[in-house]
Write a protein that binds this ligand. Sequence first.
Ligand SMILES: [Zn+2]
Length: 185
Amino acid sequence: MRVTDNRYAAEMDRFNLAVRMIGHEARTGTIRQCTGFSEDRIRKIYGTYFKNEHGNTVRRRRGKTPRQIAGFLISSRQQSEATVLGCFFIYSGLMLVGLEGGLAGRSRLNGLQLGERFCDAFETYLSLHPQPQLCFERGWSLYHALAVEQELYFASCAECFGLYIQDRYALDYQHCPFCELKAAV
Ligand SMILES: [Zn+2]
């Protein structure tokens, strides 16, 4: 393959990722981080492929990604879905979890790989949750809280020995959201 062919293929990969992320209503800043495209380029892609499409329900989001972690732990359902998505981050190679302490670290990935693998994980999560509690950007915050800031970690349940996400600085009762949900049935 010639150099120009490689460049074209890489550009197509970035373009396809931008379209995929816009479809999930990712924020412009998040799309920029993964594709390296300018805000203007992303706005044009949205305008060409989404804005005037019949029945379009995709909105273009601006501003910063919300970063509060409390929302992930506010109910057993939120916590269980955040745990499931967190596991898909591991399966898709976005992050690695240490054997001690359950802390996650991010994998060495470039922007394109990060975006593609994140979309893989998020789309798998969506396929299992017809009424998802977490949107794309909340998922992006979850990834940062787990793998970058490490404010969240994988705790272990004393009852079923399963892993679940927990606030690293909060008191942990070693009781996972899945056991909570089973007990409530
Ligand atoms: Zn449990």
